[in-house]
Design a protein around this ligand. Structure first.
Ligand code: SF4
Length: 215
């Protein structure tokens, strides 16, 4: 990629991330004490992975980097990027109900730990609502458009459903599934919290078989 094209790409990603950091579309984001989750990885990706939200994979599973490492190995491909359908992980908190109107989303609240000292609570990640998914989806579509990967992998039926609908595929997604959109190959696989090394191998085989069919 030419330097100027790369610089433009980085600039577009930085601008998008600034908008995400300032975004207040969802009411649950007012309760979010973490920074919104941004995409990570190679900025000229061959493969882009889409997970539902940051809290949808248990921390002891080394989170999302582990999936990227598994797929790098299986695909023998370094250029992999991962991102999220919903950037602000909603968290259940028993304090929130009492103080709902007092909390505002502000950079000062972006901390890994809860601002309430007693009792100490890291927050309980919960599933984003459909409204939150729809509010956040434009950022993902924009990110895919900027990074222009050849292959997109959607983790889990819910992520697949929303992203494919945005691309005009209205029927229920197949898992595993293969879709072609604007010369881009879109694959579906199991949800990130269930994804294992075995799934990585199966997915690699599934993708290789579809690519052979297309050749
Ligand atoms: S989840 Fe997405 S749309 Fe909602 S406030 Fe966060 S960045 Fe904005």
């Amino acid at each position: 990629m030419k330097k100027t094209t790369h610089e433009l790409l980085v600039k577009r990603i930085i601008q998008m991330e600034a908008r995400i950091n300032a975004c207040k579309r969802c009411s649950s984001a007012h309760h979010c004490f973490n920074t919104p989750s941004m995409g990570k990885g190679d900025l000229t990706p061959e493969i882009l992975l889409v997970f539902q939200s940051q809290g949808n994979r248990r921390p002891e599973m080394n989170n999302y980097i582990e999936i990227r490492q598994m797929l790098k190995k299986e695909f023998d491909q370094e250029r992999i990027y991962h991102t999220f359908l919903v950037r602000c992980q909603p968290q259940a908190c028993f304090h929130i109900d009492d103080t709902e109107d007092m909390l505002v989303r502000h950079k000062a609240f972006y901390k890994k730990e809860c601002q309430f000292n007693e009792p100490d609570c890291p927050g309980i990640p919960i599933l984003p609502t459909s409204k939150e998914v729809v509010s956040c989806l434009p950022y993902l579509i924009e990110e895919i458009d900027i990074l222009a990967p050849n292959t997109v992998i959607l983790f889990g039926k819910r992520t697949a459903e929303f992203v494919l609908k945005a691309k005009g595929v209205l029927e229920e997604p197949m898992i595993p599934g293969f879709y072609k959109y604007n010369n881009r190959c879109i694959f579906t696989t199991v949800e990130e919290n269930l994804f294992t090394r075995e799934d990585a191998k199966k997915l690699t085989g599934f993708i290789a078989a579809r690519q052979e069919d297309l050749a």
